[in-house]
Every structure is written in C-alpha cells, then in structure tokens.
Design a protein around this ligand. Structure first.
Ligand SMILES: Nc1ncnc2c1ncn2[C@@H]1O[C@H](COP(=O)(O)OP(=O)(O)OP(=O)(O)O)[C@@H](O)[C@H]1O
Length: 244
C-alpha cells in the first residue's frame, strides 16, 4: 500500500449530559510509516463514555490510529489529547505514564505472557500501572469476568474466549478512562462474539470509559451507533449527535 490515504470528514460525538470524564480529542492527525505510507485521519471529539467502532478496508490505518490514541506511536503531524493530557507528547516518559494510568488495550492476539497464570497476567498489568493491591484487584477483575475457576491456568490451558476475557480483565483492572480494542471477535464464533461484545460494552459502561473498537465484523460495527469508516471518499460530513 502506498500514497496518501484520503482525509475523512471530522467526527464529532457530543455528550448527552455534562461530561464527567476527559474528552478524547485529535487534531490534524497523520502518521507516516517509512517512506511509502502516509495515513491521515479525521479530527475526533469524543466525550467521556463515548463508544465508537473504526472500520474500513485493510491497510487504511485502523490499528495505527489505535496506537496513536494509546500513545504507543507519536503522530507525524497533529496531536491527541485526553482531557488536559497531551497523549502525543514528544517525551516517551509522559506517553508511557498516560498509557499506564489511563489506557486499557486489548490486542487482537491478546499478548498474554505464556509462562504466567491468568491471575499473574492481570496482576502484572496492575503492577506495571502502579496500582495498589494488585493481587486483590486482579482477583476481582477475573471474578467479574467469570474466570474465578481459571485463575491458575496458563494461557495455553484456556479456550480462546477465556484468553480474551483474561486480556480484557488485564485491560480494565486498573480502571482506565480509555479502552481500545483491536478486532475483538476475530477468533470467536458468532454466539461467543455477541457475548464478548456485550461484555466489552458493559465493562466500558461500568468504568465510564470511552470505548473504541477496531473491527471488520459487521456484527460488531452494527451494534454501535457511531462508526468511523477510514478510507471512504464518499462520506459526507458526519454529525453523530449524542454520545451514545
Ligand atoms: N511498521 C510498519 N512499517 C511500514 N508500514 C507499516 C507498518 N505498520 C503498518 N504499515 C502500513 O501502514 C498501513 C496501515 O496499517 P494498519 O495496520 O494501521 O492498517 P489496518 O487498517 O489496521 O489494516 P488491517 O485491517 O489489515 O489490520 C498499511 O499499508 C501497512 O502496510
């Protein structure tokens, strides 16, 4: 894939009520992968608790956008803010502190540590986030996701759906304000996909977290009111109205 990806119109999601948490705002965002690929993105304004999917053909920059929103990558141009925090700050230390405190990221392939149990995986995430009482919190997060009977199992001893729930528990145990999820249903059958989706949305609701999900799956995309479709030239400007 080479050349510039077309600029999409701005997406604005306005809150129904007074905002209770930080808004996620991007402005003038682009990212260059090597010399060949430049991805450009629409400006986003997402109030706390907004739920949005990112869809679009392969290679249009969905995962790259998640990485920019998480502070894993720095944009080539533009900025990302989460409340007062400049997520796109040049200092890696600032971006890392933001990630630890505010971001829950569920990778498509879960990225669980193979040598650690489910409980240890979640506990490690909490320790990295600097959370108090990591053991107790990991236990609670796994119990809440119906994994109380799998605490001591290593990832290879778990089903795909269970591994996904461990990854979700790890992502949410420190109560992040921003929950970013890449292809949550890629490895699941239809009924498990529906359950995983419900779980994601309920968990984000409980936390009051902003939820952004990259997906190719129409089941997921259709379940959300708000969708950012990358690489679509035909879209007229979007006014997505209320936050939910
Ligand atoms: N590390 C990299 N180096 C060079 N180019 C990259 C790198 N990572 C991604 N790209 C390119 O950037 C573009 C966007 O990649 P990205 O993974 O963000 O797209 P995507 O929409 O998530 O794709 P998919 O739906 O296939 O997962 C692609 O053309 C990809 O080849």
């Amino acid at each position: 894939m080479s050349g510039a990806i077309p600029l999409n119109p701005p997406v604005e999601v306005r809150p129904v009520e007074i905002e209770t948490g930080p808004a996620l705002i991007t402005h003038g965002l682009s990212f260059q992968h090597g010399r060949e690929v430049t991805l450009t993105y629409p400006d986003l304004h997402l109030p706390a608790g907004a739920q949005l999917t990112i869809t679009g053909p392969s290679g249009t920059g969905k995962t790259t956008l998640l990485h920019l929103l998480a502070g894993l990558l720095r944009p080539t141009t533009g900025e990302v803010k989460f409340g007062p925090t400049l997520v796109s700050a040049p200092q890696e230390g600032l971006r890392e502190a933001f990630r630890r405190a505010q971001v829950g990221y569920v990778f498509q392939d879960f990225h669980l540590m193979p040598g650690l149990s489910a409980l240890e995986n979640v506990e490690l995430g909490l320790r990295v986030a600097g959370a108090a009482q990591p053991h107790a919190k990991a236990f609670t997060a796994l119990e809440r996701l119906d994994l109380g009977h799998r605490l001591q199992h290593a990832p290879h001893q778990l089903s795909t759906g269970e591994r996904q729930r461990v990854a979700l528990a790890r992502a949410v145990a420190h109560a992040p304000g921003l929950l970013l999820v890449d292809e949550p249903t890629a490895h699941l059958d239809r009924s498990r996909a529906g359950a995983a989706l419900d779980l994601l949305r309920e968990t984000a609701d409980q936390l009051g977290a902003t939820l952004i999900v990259v997906t190719h799956d129409p089941l997921v995309a259709d379940a959300f009111t708000h969708r950012l479709e990358l690489g679509d030239l035909e879209l007229s400007p979007l006014n997505l109205g209320d936050a939910r």
